[in-house]
Design a protein around this ligand. Sequence first.
Ligand code: ZN
Length: 127
Amino acid sequence: MGHGTFATAINCMDGRTQLPVIDYLKRRLGVDHVDMITEAGPVRALSENRDGDVLDSIRRRVLVSTGKHRSRHLAVVAHHDCAGNPVSEAEQLRQLARALEVLAAWGLGVELMGLWLDGDWRVTEVR
Ligand SMILES: [Zn+2]
């Protein structure tokens, strides 16, 4: 008996972002579950690519999801009104693009996706 299929999301800790991301990825990818790795405004640390402790922690959790759970899709999330990353939408979208480049360099062998959540918590795929 299997445990279902998984995707992975590096999401904000913001409670408003959890269900929209889970619902979107389940529908978009046809997976049963979404492993959620949360930080406060994760695209900031990922795009700066400096804080080794935070990045190592994220990477460890991604590897559990891609290893044990065989996830083949990794989404990174930025959103409107982020308390952990209080910069403009334009800047957040730049950080999101840079975060995807940093994650690509990790060589995880997964499909990467960038997601933006607007003020109505609608999900837009930005890459
Ligand atoms: Zn946030």
